[in-house]
Design a protein around this ligand. Structure first.
Ligand SMILES: Cc1ncc(COP(=O)(O)O)c(C=O)c1O
Length: 421
């Protein structure tokens, strides 16, 4: 906080397309999608109009005991597009809350299914990130964010991430299967980020992992909970990451890009089997007691419907794949620069890890804040990106024109050369 206070970070007052504008009128290319949620740029006429039209009807009405039209329509839109087998939608108001919903649903499901079992353990991957609430940090595994709160968290089983350096896919799956089999009767669910662990510093999974994890969990009767909060809505070139390995999870969590990056909203989707376990007489005690005040907010749902329409009308998925090619070309150059230890890339997500000596894996001394200097240098040059520790993360909006992505990458190249020389 002391360093941040001295930094005089820009205060954003307006936006224009893919640019943010600060109170002094300086324009910045939004190179991290306003923390990974923006899909179509800012001030998109179609989304603005959808929110304005909804404002003329009703801004908020609760989903506790009532319905509201946009939340029902959005649920229908989502169910037409998500992997098959998911049939029910529960809303919350941010990613972490959507994950908490998933955990509580999984926990309660096992107690209410036809042969009830008190399963009390969740499994997650090493270097996982699922949010900042107490439940979600319990399933996180990034020391910087989580270690301080060890005593506050509930225990979880940690499975090796397939992105662990030096671990082959087969070794990872063998360990995973062993750990899951040994605890199968106790595990309420396995939660994971499909294809890319974003907050871990863009850790990319080898292809085939997701599909094989699905097979293992299915064989052992364990729920698979896919957290697509960061990777969904075109970020990896398909609407949902699970599609790329033809996987249908038991529970799917969506947020961030759900509203195009306009308003906070999360959706937790489940199978009919899970939903059915919550049915019964009102006095049977099967109610799912979880309700946020702004659950299913009509303005957010209207924005989400408009965003989904735009993803299709403007071929945002095709554009996302074009962005992947542009970033691939720049990544090849970045890999040759001194102090660049690794460039990890998939779709529109890219992480550039810098070290003092990549040959020995020696980091820069923390007081030099080199990767933060990269963030600041990019900012001076009109590009907003953000580092997580020693990793500079770029994440252009899936609809950003490739020419702007090129401009973003050129600025990052110049910053890498200036700060790491
Ligand atoms: C994979 C993943 N899950 C959950 C979250 C938490 O979402 P929110 O910040 O909306 O609570 C994030 C946020 O970065 C995320 O990347």
């Amino acid at each position: 906080m002391s360093a941040y206070a001295d930094e005089h970070a820009p205060v954003i007052a307006a936006a224009d397309g893919f640019f943010l504008i600060d109170t002094a009128g300086k324009k910045y290319l939004d190179g991290h999608s306003s923390l990974w949620c923006n899909i179509h740029g800012h001030r998109v006429p179609e989304i603005d109009a959808a929110i304005r039209q909804q404002l003329d009807r009703v801004s908020h009405s609760t989903l506790l005991g009532l319905g509201n039209t946009p939340s029902i329509e959005l649920a229908e839109d989502l169910l037409q597009r998500v992997p098959s087998g998911l049939t029910r939608v529960f809303y919350a108001d941010c990613g972490a809350a959507g994950v908490e919903v998933a955990l509580k649903i999984a926990w309660q499901y096992h107690r209410q299914k036809p042969q009830p079992e008190p399963r009390e353990l969740f499994a997650c991957l090493t270097s996982a990130y699922h949010g900042d609430t107490v439940g979600t940090i319990s399933l996180g595994d990034i020391d910087r964010f989580h270690s301080l709160f060890g005593g506050l968290m509930f225990p979880a089983l940690r499975l090796p991430s397939p992105a662990t350096p030096g671990l082959s896919l087969d070794e990872c799956l063998t360990d995973t299967e062993r750990l899951l089999s040994a605890n199968a009767g106790r595990i309420a669910g396995v939660i994971m980020e499909p294809l890319v662990q974003a907050a871990a510093g863009i850790r990319v999974h080898p292809s085939g992992y997701l599909k094989r994890l699905r097979e293992i969990t299915q064989r052992l009767g364990i729920l698979l909970i896919a957290d697509e909060i960061a990777v969904g809505f075109g970020r990896l070139g398909t609407l949902f990451a699970c599609e790329q390995e033809a996987v249908s999870p038991d529970i799917l969590i969506l947020s961030k890009g759900l509203t195009g990056g306009y308003l906070p909203l999360a959706a937790t989707l489940t199978t009919e089997d899970i939903y059915t376990a919550f049915l019964g007489d009102p006095w049977a005690g099967k109610t799912f007691y979880h309700g946020h005040t702004y659950t299913g907010n009509p303005l957010a749902c209207a924005a989400a419907r408009a965003s989904l329409r735009l993803i299709e009308d403007r071929d945002v998925l095709g554009n996302s794949r074009r962005i992947e090619t542009v970033l691939q070309e720049h990544a090849a150059t970045w890999r040759t620069l001194p102090h660049v230890a690794e460039v990890r890339h998939r779709g529109t997500m890219i992480g550039i890890e810098v070290q003092r000596d990549p040959a020995t894996g020696t980091p820069f001394p923390p007081e030099q804040r080199r990767s933060h200097q990269l963030t600041l240098t990019c900012r001076e040059r009109g590009v907003i990106v953000r580092n997580i520790g020693d990793v500079l993360v770029l994440m252009p909006a899936p609809a950003m024109p490739p020419s702007l992505v090129h401009q973003l990458a050129e600025t990052v190249s110049a910053a890498l050369r200036a700060v790491l020389r």
